[in-house]
Write a protein that binds this ligand. Sequence first.
Ligand SMILES: [Zn+2]
Length: 357
Amino acid sequence: MRVFALLFALVCVLLSAAPAQANTALPPGHKPIKYTRWAYPSQVTYGPIETGQGDTGMAPARGAFLTLPFMGPHYITSLFSHCYPLYGDDSRICRYDGAVASKGTGGPDPGFTAGFAQTAGGHDYLYYAGHDGYDYGLTYEPIAAAAPGRVILANWLVPGCTTCLSGQTVEIDHGNGLITFYGHMSHIWVDKGQYVYRGQVIGISGMTGTATGPHLHFGVYRTNGGGPVDPYGWSGSYPDPWTKDAGNLWLGGSPRFAPIQMPNVTVNAASRLGNPSAVDVSWSSPGNMSFTVFVVSPSGVRSAWTTSSGSSSATFQGKPGLTYWFWVSATSDLGWSGGGGSPVVQVPQRVHGDLTS
Ligand SMILES: [Zn+2]
């Protein structure tokens, strides 16, 4: 039995050492750590969910200005550690509400040595020590600017290094002494120097840089190297260990989604009475949208048919006896996409009296 246990342990060691992706790279803060890509999915099935509905129970700071950098509920997979948000201390994680996690819980995650595993030896870290922002479980999804401002970085954080730090990164200067920071992106849709609106899509999340899976690293920092602050503030019953904090920075006091119009597409299609091969198609959505209209033929092939800026309508010439339907995609002026389909329309067979050539 002991031999079996030893063999089993050896196999585990070999398995854990096997992935070629196992890597050492520098997280933000420049302390070398060991991490494994794909050690676990970014959206773990435990931990808190940021729903955009919660109440921090804290008054907003003067000058609170942020909305959430995404739409819809998402897991928080790592949070700001008030004990030492500078990457390096690896003993404790101190949450905004005063709760403290220590590495005694499950020990370091073998796939990510800065993370505290939830179970002993497990690939299931939730938070990690030294973290200076929030990780949200976004898997290749649009990222929203958390407030209006000017883009001051839209590039690899370390030019030429795809596995360094936060990878493809956007920073926005909000003109109030604070910048927001969006890391590990797969695509960047804005340029340095550009002004962005609240809720504007600045790119797509990903796992560039040092990442164990796709997620968004969202941070708030004082300008000119003044260090990180926790946008959720501090509600602990003892003094905030991170004295540089700026309080609860959520607009209105609790994290909310940007109050912007998302696409909500309605499509109608009907064969015209008296001229049944003419199919009248109309499409609309609230907000400022540009549309692309596709026709889906009886064979299932979808082809672009027409476009419009704003809600519109057009007439499609169908062939008698065939069925069609229409798909309409919409993109808002802030970069959000959506779509919708029409009912299926059958163009009647020609009735007697029609020309049949
Ligand atoms: Zn992070």
